[in-house]
Every structure is written in structure tokens, then in C-alpha cells.
Design a binder for this molecule. Structure first.
Ligand code: BG6
Length: 486
């Protein structure tokens, strides 16, 4: 269904996110007719480029980041004609914001997408307000992380909030746009068999892993100020945890879903410095090999000869203070330069309380439900079945498997495609509300503080390994292991 005509102004138009994710996402939406030919994309950044210069960059980005089978020359040509460029330095007090007034159409929806450093969110929004560019039909989209701690997040939220109302503000967390993540609601609340078992009586623990093989990818300037905790855990991973742990919302209305996620964030047990020391592990990759190819360590990737204390890996054990999740640990880990790109949630059920099967069943595995976000979206329910054949009643683990692309037989849109169109339509369901962002920072803050007060180096781990051995010890000392099939 086509969305209404819009102008989308992208600040940070020459940056990695815009070229790698936003332009390809908008191209697909244009190709499929959801973005109509009257809608426009206006890139804005510091470089002094003409419309044509920027179109040439956009063309190269599509070449690189859209698979060849989806290149359609004619469509790309039309799409590029919808792209314009305005050079602006948002940090410059006398920047000429009136250029936007001349280009933008008052009658249509206006999306300001801030793909910039979060320090610029406040200044850009203030400048847009002062220049009279914010109409009733305007929205602002903010990338994560919003700020680098609670105080800076609040300052940004305040400054943005003085120009755009909550209903006009779309705080993006692209994990919420992934199909499997949205499917968590369907899985839990549209199937009788899971919701009744979804509690501490039956679930032993939950694991959430987001592993990447990439290193800094030339984003060292941003990443080194951020680190894995701020870059991935404060947002993407806590959002996943919310969807796994939340109570059923009374409806699918955006605020009812977000109310329930907020309750989860508020129920996370706050860590004191002792908990931080025992329940969190930070690591930084050293030189190693991925897929047999040697790769440099973090400091070499930073490339400026400096050493850094920023973590590229974090593992932690979180607890929720709720009846449903009493004493059920949530183990979270994420890192760069791990052996595989894989994101998954493992719901580990308890073992049957009494087994009638012979104890030789060394392969005894309690049930688990594995929700895979990457590389292939799907779900697998691990069950015990009888090993077929005359050898007696021997058990063997087998899986009930759903691979979404195969099951539905169609391409799955990238998260940004869905989220960009939702922002145009004004549907905030898959975006973070202000109180969610604050609650997530509130929980992460004591970890940041405890780490800052003990600036021992993050533990090194060789690129291509599963992080520091201490991360394995974190779960093993509870008598559990990270999901072995990874
Ligand atoms: C981004 C982080 O939000 O998510 C990146 O800033 C990370 O560091 C990326 O690589 C991972 O996203 P995905 O969708 O590839 O798992």
C-alpha cells in the first residue's frame, strides 16, 4: 500500500548508515511502489556537493548494497531523480537553513531523519524549529544510541522534545523492524502452547546472543566512544529482552505495547558495583582469524596508534524482579569479530522433573526454543524423540524447524524499509518511547559507572573466538552453557 507523499530530509547523508541502509531501503520501497514518484529524498551533510554529485554517490551505494538481482536500471534512474542535496554544517551558528524552506513542500509529510552523531540531535532540531521548518505534518527520526549516558540522553530528549512532540518523534531501533522480532508477539500471544509455559515454573533461563564477524568497519570514530554496551546492549538487546519477557498488552495499540516493554525495563534488577564485577564481562578483540583469514586487533583497526579501553564484547547476566521471571537469569552477549554472524534468542526450558528413561541417555537435552534473527530468520523447537529402530527406547534430540523465507516463499524486507514507511505513516509501534529510552539508560548507568571506576583493560579475546573465557565462566558457574549449536 503506497504511503502518502513525503519529503525525507536525511542529515548525515554522506555517512555509512545512509549509504548502506537508508538509501537501499528507500530504493526497495520505491521499486515496490510504496514510495510514490512524487516523494523526495533530500540529503543534507557538510560536504559541498551538487544534486548530481550526491546522486552519483547514491548510485554507487545502491550498486554496492543492493544485490545485483534487484538492480533495475530504469527504476534506479527514476529513484535517483527523486534525490536532492543541500550542503549544511549544523554546528555552524549562521548556517543557512532557509535553503530547506525553498525546497520543501508545505503540503506533504516531512520526515527529518537524523543519521548523525547524537550530539547534533538537539542543535539540528533547535535550528529546524527556529527556521520555521517544523510543520504539523513533520516528524523526526532519531538513530540510537541517544546520548552516551542517562544525563546526556535526557538533555537530548529534552532539546528534541522542545521542538517535536512525542507523537512526532520516532526513536529508531532497527531490531524492532526485523520480522522475527515482531514475530515474538505472534509466537507468544497467538499460540496457546507457549504462553502457558512462559514463566519461571517451566523456563530455566534465557540467552540472547548477537554475534558479529565484522570489526570496526571504518566506524572507529563513533564506535570507540560508544562500545558494545552502548552500541548494542542498551538498545537492541534490551528491546529483545523486553519482547521475550513482557506481559501481554491489552491491545496492539502502540502505547499499550510500549507500556508493557517499559514495565520490563523497570523490573530489571539494578546492579550494584559487586554485581557489575561478578555479572558483567567486557572484552576487546585482539588479532586473530575469521573464516581462516587473519584480521587485525581492535587497536590496529582504530588505526591511530592509540590504545583504547572500549569494549567490543559484553556478556552479562540480568535478572527481572517479577513473579513470572523469579530466579530466571537472562544471559546476554554481543560482540564484534566473533566466529559467526548470528543473532538468536534461546528459551531454555527446565528438564522434566523425573525421568523414566535410563540414565545412559547422555544426550538428554531439556527442550529449548531457539528464535533466530540472523543469518536466517526462523524458529526451532528442540525436542526429545525416540531414536527409531529396534534398539530399545533410546532418546535423541530432534527439532521442529520453521525457516520464514522458505515457509512464506518471499523476500523479507530489511528492517529499515518497514521502519521508514512506519515513520512516514506516523505509526510509532516499533519505535522507542521516551520513557523506554530513559529506563534503559537507568539500568545501564550503574554498569557504566562501575566500569569507569575500575578502568582495568577489557579482557582481550582473539578475533574469531567467542569472546573472553570469562564470558564462558559467567554462565558455566551457574551450571549452564551457552547454546552449543552456535
Ligand atoms: C547497529 C550498530 O545498530 O547494529 C552496529 O551500531 C552493528 O555496530 C549493527 O553492526 C548490527 O545490525 P544487524 O542488523 O546487522 O545485526
Amino acid at each position: 500500500v503506497p504511503v502518502p507523499i513525503f519529503d525525507c530530509v536525511v542529515f548525515g547523508a554522506t555517512g555509512d548508515l545512509t549509504l548502506r541502509k537508508l538509501l537501499p531501503a528507500l530504493y526497495y520501497r520505491f521499486r515496490d511502489g510504496q514510495m510514490t514518484p512524487e516523494s523526495r529524498i533530500i540529503g543534507a551533510a557538510r560536504s559541498r556537493l551538487s544534486d548530481d554529485d550526491y546522486r552519483a554517490r547514491a548510485a554507487r551505494a545502491l550498486e554496492q548494497h543492493v544485490p545485483a538481482q534487484d538492480h533495475d536500471k530504469q527504476t534506479i534512474h527514476h529513484f535517483l531523480n527523486q534525490i536532492f542535496y543541500i550542503p549544511i554544517d549544523a554546528t555552524e551558528p549562521d548556517a543557512d537553513w532557509s535553503q530547506f524552506l525553498r525546497v520543501l513542500d508545505d503540503a506533504c509529510i516531512r520526515v527529518f531523519y537524523l543519521a548523525t552523531s547524537p550530539d547534533l540531535y538537539g542543535p539540528i532540531c533547535q535550528a529546524l524549529g527556529t527556521a520555521g521548518l517544523v510543520t504539523e505534518k513533520s516528524r523526526v527520526v532519531l538513530e540510537k544510541p541517544i546520548g552516551h549516558d542517562l544525563a546526556s540522553a535526557r538533555a537530548i530528549l529534552e532539546s528534541v522534545g522542545s521542538v517535536f512532540s512525542e507523537a512526532q518523534t520516532f526513536r529508531i531501533d532497527h531490531y524492532l523492524g526485523k520480522e522475527t522480532v515482531q514475530n515474538l508477539l505472534a509466537l507468544r500471544f497467538a499460540n496457546t502452547i507457549f504462553e502457558r509455559l512462559w514463566n519461571a515454573d517451566v523456563i530455566d533461563h534465557v540467552q540472547i546472543t548477537v554475534a558479529e564477524t565484522v570489526g570496526l568497519e571504518g566506524r572507529g570514530g563513533y564506535y570507540d566512544r560508544s562500545g558494545a554496551l552502548r552500541d548494542m546492549l542498551q538498545n537492541h538487546m534490551l528491546q529483545l529482552l523486553c519482547l521475550v519477557a513482557m506481559e501481554a498488552p491489552v491491545s496492539l495499540q502502540a502505547d499499550r505495547v510500549r507500556d508493557e516493554k517499559l514495565k520490563v525495563l523497570r523490573a530489571l534488577k539494578r546492579m550494584d558495583p559487586h554485581d557489575v564485577a561478578t555479572h558483567t564481562i567486557r572484552g576487546q578483540y585482539a588479532a586473530g582469524a575469521i573464516d581462516g583469514q587473519p584480521v587485525p586487533g581492535y587497536a590496529a583497526d582504530l588505526g591511530d596508534g592509540s590504545t583504547s579501553l572500549t569494549e567490543s564484547f559484553v556478556a552479562l547476566k540480568a535478572q527481572l524482579c517479577t513473579l513470572r521471571w523469579a530466579n530466571v537469569p537472562f544471559y546476554l552477549r554481543t560482540g564484534k569479530r566473533l566466529p559467526k554472524k548470528v543473532s538468536e534468542i534461546v528459551i531454555q526450558f527446565r528438564a522434566v522433573p523425573f525421568s523414566i528413561f535410563p540414565s545412559d541417555a547422555a544426550e538428554w537435552h531439556p527442550n529449548s526454543l531457539i528464535v533466530t534473527l540472523q543469518p536466517e530468520e526462523g524458529m526451532r523447537l528442540e525436542m526429545m524423540t525416540k531414536d527409531p529402530g529396534p534398539g530399545g527406547l533410546r532418546l535423541s534430540p530432534t527439532g521442529l524447524d520453521i525457516r520464514f523465507e522458505k515457509t512464506f516463499g518471499r523476500r523479507f524486507p530489511d528492517a529499515y524499509e518497514r521502519l521508514l514507511m512506519d515513520a512516514v505513516r506516523g505509526d510509532p509501534t516499533l519505535f522507542m518511547r521516551r520513557d523506554e529510552v530513559e529506563a534503559a539508560w537507568c539500568w545501564v548507568e550503574p554498569i557504566l559507572q562501575a566500569w569507569a571506576s575500575r578502568p582495568d583493560h577489557p579482557r582481550p579475546y582473539p578475533a574469531g573466538s567467542w569472546g573472553p573465557t570469562a564470558a564462558i565462566a559467567l554462565i558455566e558457574r551457574d551450571g549452564r552453557t551457552w547454546h552449543e549449536d552456535l
